[in-house]
Design a protein around this ligand. Sequence first.
Ligand code: FES
Length: 319
Amino acid sequence: MKKTENLTVTVIAKQSNGAGNMLLTLAGAGTDRLPSFTPGAHIDVVIPGCGKRQYSLCSERADRQRYQICVRLDQLSTGGSRWLHQQLKVGDRLLISAPRNHFPLPDAPRTLLFAGGIGLTPLLLMAETLAERRAEFTLHLYLKRGDELAFAGRLAQLGERVVIHYSQEGDSLRRQVPAELTHPHHSVLVSCGPAGFTDHLHQLAAHYGWQAGQLHSERFSPVPTTQSVAGDRFEVEIASSGARYAIGADQSIADVLEAAGISIELSCGQGMCGACITGVLSGRPDHRDEVLSQQERAANDCIVLCCSRAHSPLLVLDL
Ligand code: FES
């Protein structure tokens, strides 16, 4: 697995963007163009003393001189969003990864976009792309109150294809189901938001006959589960060298390979960002991530090394 090169960028603007959100504009060094990206892509941001955090890109794709990310101040912050809100200044430099996209915009005759809070960030760019293509879509945005509205100008440009729901006014997904959600035909349902929002949306979708392959989502946090990285012991083989490593009952593949000095691309460490996806040449993975699609899981030809395990005694990794 080839490690993604990090980029140094400079913070050129820091603006409030709806209550609790900060819009950061990052410029590349010199006149070099930044790597291109597609809607749904994210970058890792290296936070001093905290490690990497992932943020969706929301800048206009045509602008290759700068990136924009929107950072919500997480009240349970382990330091990442708090540092970006409170310590980072205009003029500071940041280390970021090149964009990665494991949440691409699916192709379908009709697209329903459902955003919970700042889950709007990747979906806004998808909505703008669909509008450019003159495709059929609606963006439903769920907020608590009016002061939470971010990207007001860009949403206004999308006109009546944006429907904003305020739960303080009784318009929440739990109280009112948009009529469009009751018609799954020739459609995809793309959502981004907190885990509870996405889970409830998917329950409603299943009730109205949406199939798993029509649902595309990105969550802010992993699905709460009693199933941790722990499980039965198994072995992995590195295809290029033939070396084998035993993965203990409470170890991840990534932990064992890193301890053995094998270079692994890691970012979230929670099975959410896709940085550590690696090819599988033989064996049957036990997928425990949040990032692979149903089709990718069924193909069994790749695995997320930071959290997934094996159903077979041996996995041969394309490393
Ligand atoms: S490091 Fe993010 S999915 Fe493995």
